[in-house]
Design a protein around this ligand. Structure first.
Ligand code: ITT
Length: 191
């Protein structure tokens, strides 16, 4: 079974591929020749995940899913949220994004935050949503070289290391994306 993952983020792809198992062959946007920069104009993770999966299903003859994710920080009223990839202005500039978060959090006592992932799957023409989240806190400085995005400043509850200090498999076991993909896999198994 071929399944398209509508993402340009190779870190997401690696994490999802590690959990999907061999029953499905994951195709990327590259693999299907899709060069469109799908606009994320939605107001929620759900809407943006949907925009990605629906773009592919409207233009290509595949079942497909999109992942929209982000970091919600309580002291910043849930920001960066859906703007996580472009918080400091440039899409994917994680050095600047992290710097902006750390600056805004300086002297802030409430460090509580969570990562959320929403997956929208278009399966034989119908849409299904799968979610995952992980609670944690924002460190005062960066730690670790693994993962991507905000991983060097996110410490999941119950751990004294950041996501960036974990192996991909360790992160995948507890992460927002890992949980969302587990729910997706459960669904796919029943099909
Ligand atoms: P696609 O839309 O192509 O899938 P993207 O990186 O633009 O890739 P999003 O719009 O979902 O994806 O933005 C998610 C951003 O949230 C991402 O760029 C990171 O900054 C952050 N993020 C999401 N998941 C994360 C994770 O597991 N670890 C660290 N940061 C993460």
């Amino acid at each position: 079974h071929k399944l398209v993952f509508a993402t340009n983020n190779h870190h997401k792809l690696e994490e999802v591929a590690a959990k999907i198992g061999s029953a499905f062959t994951l195709l990327t946007l590259d693999d299907i020749g899709c060069t469109e920069d799908i606009a994320e104009t939605g107001k929620s993770f759900e809407e943006n995940a949907s925009l990605k999966s629906k773009y592919v299903s409207a233009h290509y003859d595949y079942n497909c899913f999109g992942d929209d994710s982000g970091l919600e920080i309580d002291a910043l009223n849930g920001e960066p949220g859906i703007f996580s990839a472009r918080y400091a202005g440039t899409h994917g500039d994680h050095t600047a994004n992290i710097e902006k978060v750390l600056n805004q959090m300086q002297g802030t006592e409430n460090r509580k935050a969570r990562f959320r992932t929403v997956i929208s799957l278009i399966w034989n023409g119908a849409e299904y949503f799968f979610e995952g989240k992980i609670e944690g806190s924002i460190r005062g400085e960066l730690s670790g070289a693994g993962g991507f995005g905000y991983d060097p400043i996110f410490q999941p509850d119950g751990y004294d290391i950041t996501f960036a200090e974990m192996s991909l498999d360790e992160k995948n076991k507890i992460s927002h994306r890992g949980k969302a993909v587990e729910n997706l896999v459960e669904f796919l198994k029943q099909q």
